[in-house]
Design a protein around this ligand. Structure first.
Ligand code: NDP
Length: 453
């Protein structure tokens, strides 16, 4: 065999897997046809966060007036932001590639596809490997409506020549909600069209409700219980017909309607690797596919499509195969954040998923900063506590710094901390985070009409 391990895909999952395996002494090859670092670094988490920051600066400039700043009316220059973002992403790209090369892995800037279960075609070269890891990620999808090709997807949103003046975003998952904050914050008239009564299906209801209110406060125009019907172009303008018979005339329609695994062209059938109808590679809990020496990690498995999960899976597969440290990644209690404005972060179960008898503690307040800025912004924090064991089962927050705060609390949840542990922790004052350790009054008990207040 040419390699002990060949990794297809140089995104977060693939790069981590290749580097760690090479560090364990394996002969590793890795192929990437597009850009090192994959979706997260190039057209996902990282550039998205820069764009969220850009939007937040505009809001902060307005908020500073209450604090005595004579802020000039801010005008945003889209091209400056995109150039700065591109420069930073190019730097990160280079780091990813260098780290890989320094690890000793052989790098192929080419597409790979299966010839048989141990043989790959890598850019026209025939390569054999003992173990193969599929880490090809996913891509954004459009809805199947007339004129769908006239809309953009998140891949395109990072390279727009200009910020649209009017944008209609379809969907209300992570990407829709995050880009609604970006475009509205940068001055675009922003519509959010979604088929649920509230955005972010699956998240805690109280957070969803407050997020909808806060988005409206940021001038996002919400269209709940609505689906798109068709898109028609009039020059550069797009007319988006909706299920409520209204038509929105906008400059851009943005599909944020989910992602699908990248399996086209891999010729998985030649290797006998089983996929789901969605194309996702079927894996067991050690990330092995239906063919025992072929593994799949990250978004191509379409389980929990988050970068840190993908890197953890890549690391675990490398340790298991070449580091004599077999381990599995648990998808339980994975913390996650939505970089909406304001952001959301959460770990553990929601109130809706909580067992009867679970105690719910909620605090909703106006952050200190906005007592003076005058902005109608609120934070919400929630603990879901087991009624029998007193263990904290869920931590949820909407509000400034939520992702930074909940990351630490996720350690406590994973460690099995109880509400009593939270109560005996001294707060850091004055912070928003201290609310999590000073929640004394039960707001509700799950399954009981009204708890003692
Ligand atoms: P999501 O799966 O989160 O959301 C898809 C949205 O599209 C939902 O609102 C869904 O509605 C809607 N939708 C799907 N099909 C239809 C349809 N036929 N008609 C109308 N609406 C439809 O996908 P995203 O594209 O937002 O993101 C993909 C994944 O990427 C996320 O799940 C997440 O794992 C990851 N991600 C993570 C981020 C982070 O960690 N901060 C940031 C960005 C992405 P409904 O809810 O009704 O199904």
């Amino acid at each position: 065999m040419d390699f002990d391990l060949f990794v297809i895909g140089g995104g977060s999952a693939g790069v981590r897997c290749a580097r760690i395996a090479a560090g364990h002494g394996a002969r590793v090859g890795v192929a990437e046809a597009r850009f090192w670092g994959g979706t997260c670094v190039n057209i996902g988490c990282v550039p998205k966060k820069f764009m969220v920051m850009a939007a937040e600066y505009g809001l902060a400039a307005k908020d500073s007036v209450g604090f005595g700043w004579d802020a000039p009316k801010a005008k945003h220059h889209w091209a400056t932001l995109i150039a700065a973002k591109d420069k930073e992403i190019a730097r990160l790209n280079g780091i990813y590639q260098r780290l890989l090369q320094q690890s000793g892995a052989e790098v192929f800037e080419a597409r790979a596809s299966f010839i048989d279960a141990h043989t790959l075609d890598v850019g026209g070269k025939r390569i054999t490997a003992e173990k193969i890891v599929i880490a090809t990620g996913g891509h954004p999808t459009r809805l199947d409506i007339p004129g769908a090709e006239l809309g953009i997807v998140s891949d395109d949103a990072f390279y727009l020549a200009d910020c649209p003046k009017r944008v209609a975003i379809i969907g209300s998952g992570y990407i829709a909600v995050e880009f609604a904050g970006i475009f509205a914050g940068l001055g675009a008239q922003t519509h959010l069209i979604y088929r649920q009564p509230l955005p972010l299906r699956g998240f805690d209801e109280d957070l969803r409700l407050l997020l909808a209110e806060q988005m409206q406060g940021n001038h996002v125009i919400l269209h709940p219980d609505t689906t798109p019907v068709s898109i028609v172009a009039h020059g550069n303008e797009r007319s988006l017909a909706l299920s409520d018979n209204s038509v929105l005339d906008v400059d851009m329609v943005f599909f944020a309607t989910g992602r699908a695994p990248n399996v086209a062209g891999l010729n998985l059938a030649a290797a006998g690797v089983k996929t789901k109808p969605s194309g996702a590679v079927v894996v067991d809990e050690s990330m092995a596919s239906s063919i025992p020496h072929i593994y799949a990690i990250g978004d191509v498995t379409d389980r929990l499509n988050l970068t840190p999960v993908a890197t953890a899976e890549g690391h675990a597969v490398a340790d298991t195969l070449f580091g004599h440290k077999p381990r599995k990644i648990s998808l339980e209690n994975v913390p996650t954040a939505v970089f909406s404005i304001p952001p959301i972060a959460t770990v553990g179960i929601t109130e809706e998923q909580a067992p009867p008898g679970a105690k719910i503690f909620v605090a909703k307040f106006k952050p200190m900063r906005h007592q003076i800025s005058g902005r109608q912004r609120f934070s919400l924090m929630k603990l879901v506590v087991d009624g029998v064991t007193d263990k904290v089962l869920g931590v949820h927050m909407l509000g400034e710094d939520a992702p930074e705060i909940v990351q630490g609390l996720a350690v406590a949840v994973i460690a099995g901390a109880t509400k009593a542990d939270f109560d005996k922790t001294i707060g850091i004052h004055p912070t928003a985070a201290e609310e999590f350790v000073t929640l004394r009054t039960i707001t509700r008990v799950v399954g009981q009409a009204m708890a003692a207040q």
